[in-house]
Ligand binder design. Structure first.
Ligand code: 7MF
Ligand code: ZN
Length: 878
């Protein structure tokens, strides 16, 4: 384990309240290109609610060079304290005292991007989860909440902008060309919400007046050359602020709200109080540089971070096991915001697609863990799709069970009862119970147990009695460390369709107040509907009201019927997906030579296209084939090549058989005039580009010309990237010139170059891996920038199953080479990258052997980071 010592397991059951509290922290940063110093002055006191009396004070601190330690004004003797690799221990401290420390840190050498680091010409911070301990000694845990006052000093010319949390207090000049600024945050907060930025930045500015009439100054800071790409983020912020007032009654609470875009950032963004720091990818957009998906991502991430001001900052987590308390709830809030801003069913489909493809896979593999884990080695490894997306589903189910009005009462109660506190998942659920009078003790299983519940449904129609019954049976699979789980409380929304596709009125024999909502609580349960005049087609799990795998033995005809008629947009999509999956997997399993598409499939395709004008975005979702990795998850072992071949074959067959229709719709959807960003325009582009992909797969000469023309027109980045991705897959003679043209246009724009790396890394061509190897030494690539790593190496491993899972193991060896290099640079990113091997047990024997060999190579490496060690260990243990 090298310098990180033996990895310890941290357990929820070991939680104890902090033995000390910190009332105030005054920090002073003396920022230098070399020799940055941090002065800290804190008022500490014994915590009256601590469970035991401590004879020492242990403060966290890593990679700090001590300069000076003073207690109540006097320098501390060497026998009163001890410093080790992970912190500072004070022996026999008084009950209440002032601790002053001074340390030197080296942000210029910080490639981990945790704590204080340099990004280009900037100083910036990232403290969640445990980065603050790399800035100064502190009780680095979220239940220690203190008032922060921050003074920053730096060279005036190079760092004209000095930002921290809270409100700006004063600023002024200092000798030697330096200057300072003081920030005060009136809200007590945990140190993971601390932030600092210093640099030469421009900003855009707006004023927002809150519902109660307070004026807030909003600013987005970025490098000068990107100042024309901030408008969308600013408009998204204003929409999010208004939405939180209307939907949750939550107002902003400081005089200023600042966002800073930085290029080197481990994740999407960070909700630091009053000073959100963003990966530039989630701020900057212009029609010629950003796709529609980028625009939507920015809107969602800006909203997510803003919403944290209440769900995360005003009310925070007691400990990191409660991470989903803030993340699950905040993801639920940003999902609902996006649904209100655009198309609700399309948003739901996109979210469920992510959930099924990634969270269901995580829940079924070696890294499975509950929404609230009960142990971990490295908390950074628990920022997972389970904590975030399943956590959001668990909040969504509670909203569904309570209904909109009661859910609002419950969240009002939560905000009132716990404002200013560090709380637990139980505290949240208790508010749901108290506001509704319901018992949610069984519902808590969703937080406690890992694994995706499987719900099997059968039906029975009794013509004589005009009764219709649905029988449900649920089962929660075993997961690492958890067996024989009790039944869950599962809300399942249902509808019944008559032969014309109209909704049948629902009359429940049990008199349920909401007859469309079935609440499962038992392993087996039957629900009976009365006065049903004909055998209906059931529409089950409408809107995906629970994160479960639902199985009902639909005939193909019933699925075609649902895909065409269900009033629930989500279930229309789901029916189409099930059909496509069936058709593809049947041919993969049969190992057919010539891929075919049944006539009724083409008919459904045609019918959906003809009605696409009503909602082109939804049509685009419905007509898209399930992804290769999702299809792979449905097989055991997954047939990597078979799936690719059949899926491509289906695309080609649709492209050929429907060519005239696809061409006509392509031209009708194409817009050459002004670029618009409304939901309809986005939907039209999505559908048009999907049709282009089918046409190109069909192989016609017209399609190829269309694709090249769409690239060359350079009308907007969505269209350019759609065409470029198809070019990158192709063997067309123009391929090289077009990729070169793109790189020449955008070589100075790192975010656009990321797209160029990704399309090449995801190309189906057999020479992709050697191409990716070459791109590692491209001048725009760097292992030190997480966006570059994700765009090239991440895109190859996660977005190119065919080439990543090469039967000779070359894809895995490539990944592990990079992971091992990266571990010394940025362990968080290295550990996340290795997770691309987490489904290795689902491969055939040959591939498993290669994967195992590579995982063992990781674990055998001396000096591994805690992050990477934990992931490699869990993948191999399974
Ligand atoms: C939307 O959650 C959804 C999820 C932690 C970092 C941002 O606000 C955050 C931070 C990770 C993974 C996903 C997201 C974030 C982080 C994220 C961002 C926007 N508290 Br790690
Ligand atoms: Zn978050």
């Amino acid at each position: 384990m090298g310098k990180n010592a033996t990895p310890k397991t941290i357990r929820l059951a070991d939680y104890r309240p902090p033995p000390w509290t910190i009332d105030t922290v005054d920090l002073c940063f003396d920022l230098r290109e070399k020799g940055t110093r941090v002065f800290s002055r804190m008022t500490l006191a014994r915590n009256p609610t601590a469970t035991e009396r401590a004879d020492r004070l242990r403060l966290d601190g890593e990679a700090l060079t001590p300069v000076c330690i003073r207690l109540d004004g006097s320098e501390l003797h060497g026998d009163r304290y001890r410093i080790d690799d992970e912190g500072l221990t004070l022996f026999d401290p008084p009950d209440r005292f002032v601790l002053e420390t001074e340390v030197e840190i080296a942000p210029e050498d910080n490639t981990r991007l945790e704590g204080l680091y340099r990004s280009g010409g900037l100083f910036c911070t990232q403290c969640e989860a445990e980065g603050f301990r790399r800035i100064t000694w502190y009780l680095d845990r979220p239940d220690v909440m203190a008032r922060f006052n921050v003074r920053i000093e730096a060279d005036h010319a190079r760092y004209p902008v000095l930002l921290s949390n809270g409100n700006p207090m004063e600023a002024g000049e200092l000798p030697g060309g330096r200057h300072y600024a003081v920030w005060d945050d009136p809200f007590p907060k945990p140190c993971y919400l601390f932030a600092l930025v210093a640099g030469d930045l421009e900003h855009v500015e707006e004023t927002f007046t809150t519902a109660s009439g307070r004026r807030v100054r909003l600013r987005i800071y970025t490098e000068r050359e990107n100042i024309d790409r901030c408008d969308h983020a600013m408009r998204s912020l204003i929409r999010a602020m208004r939405w939180d007032e209307v939907r949750y009654g939550r107002e902003y609470d400081l005089d200023v709200f600042n966002i800073v875009a930085v290029n080197d950032f481990n994740m999407g963004a960070m909700e630091n109080k009053g000073l959100n720091i963003f990966n530039a990818k989630y701020v900057l957009a212009r029609p010629d540089t950003a796709t529609d998906a980028d625009y939507q991502g920015i809107e969602a991430v800006v909203a997510h971070e803003y919403f944290h001001n209440w769900t995360g900052n005003r009310i925070t987590c007691r400990d990191w096991f409660q991470l989903s308390l803030k993340e699950g709830f905040t993801v639920y809030r940003d999902q609902e915001f996006s649904a209100d801003m655009g198309s609700r069913s399309v948003k739901r489909i996109d979210d469920v697609r992510v959930l099924r493809a990634h969270q269901f896979a995580e829940d079924a593999g070696p890294m499975a863990h509950p929404v609230r884990p009960d142990h971990y080695m490295e908390i950074n490894n628990f920022y997972t799709v389970t904590v975030y997306e399943k956590g959001a589903e668990v909040v969504r189910m509670q909203a569904e069970l309570l209904g909109p009005e009661t859910f609002r009462k419950a969240t009002d109660l939560y905000f009132e009862r716990h404002d200013g506190q560090a709380v637990t998942v139980e505290d949240f659920v208790r508010c749901m119970e108290d506001a509704s009078g319901r018992d949610l003790s069984q519902f808590m299983h969703w937080y406690r147990y890992a694994g995706t519940p499987e719900v099997e449904v059968t039906d029975e129609y009794d013509a004589a009695d005009r009764r219709y019954r649905l029988h449900f049976r649920q089962r929660v699979p075993d997961t690492p460390g958890q067996k024989d789980k009790p039944p869950f409380h599962i809300p399942i929304r249902v509808g019944l369709l008559d032969a014309e596709g109209c909704e049948l009125p629902l009359v429940r024999a049990d008199g349920a107040a909401d007859p469309s909502l079935v609440e499962l609580r038992e392993s087996e349960q039957t629900v009976e509907f009365l006065e049903v005049d004909e055998p209906p087609v059931p529409s089950l799990l409408r809107g995906f009201t629970a994160p479960v795998k639902l199985q009902f033995d639909y005939s193909d005809a019933q699925l075609h019927f649902l895909a065409a008629h269900d009033s629930d947009g989500f279930n229309r999509w789901d029916a189409a997906q099930r059909l496509a999956q069936r058709m593809i997997l049947a041919q993969v399993e049969a190992g057919v030579d010539r891929v075919s598409v049944p006539q009724d499939h083409l008919e459904t395709f045609r019918r959906i296209l003809e009605r696409a004008d009503e909602d082109p975005a939804l049509a685009a979702e419905i007509l898209q084939l399930p992804s290769e990795s999702w299809l792979g998850d449905q097989m055991d072992p997954m047939d990597v090549e078979g799936i690719h071949r059949v899926r491509e074959g289906v695309k080609a067959e649709v492209g050929r058989r429907l060519e005239p229709l696809l061409l006509a719709h392509y031209h009708a959807l194409d817009e050459t005039g002004d670029y618009r960003l409304d939901a309809d325009a986005i939907g039209r582009r999505a559908l048009k580009n999907l049709l282009l992909a089918y046409l190109v797969a069909g192989g016609g000469e017209a399609a190829r010309a269309l694709c090249l023309a769409q690239y060359r027109r350079h009308h907007n980045m969505t269209d350019v990237m759609a065409a470029l991705a198809l070019v990158a897959h192709s063997h067309w003679p123009e391929r090289g010139a077009i990729l070169a043209d793109f790189a020449e246009r955008w070589k100075d724009d790192p975010l656009v170059m990321d797209k160029w790396f990704s399309v090449q890394a995801m190309s189906h061509r057999e020479d992709t891996l050697p191409g990716v190897q070459v791109l590692l030494s491209h001048p725009s690539f760097s292992l030190e920038n997480p966006n570059r790593v994700r765009s090239l190496i991440g895109a190859f491993a996660a977005g190119n199953p065919l080439r990543f899972h090469a039967p000779d193991g070359s894809g895995y060896a490539f990944l592990v080479d990079r992971v091992l290099e990266l571990d010394a640079v940025n362990p968080q990113i290295a550990a996340r990258l290795l997770r691309n091997l987490s489904r290795w047990r689902r491969l055939d024997e040959g591939r498993q052997a290669h994967a195992r060999e590579q995982l063992e190579r990781v674990l055998a490496r001396p000096g591994l980071s805690r992050d990477l060690h934990e992931v490699a260990l869990k993948l191999l243990e399974s």
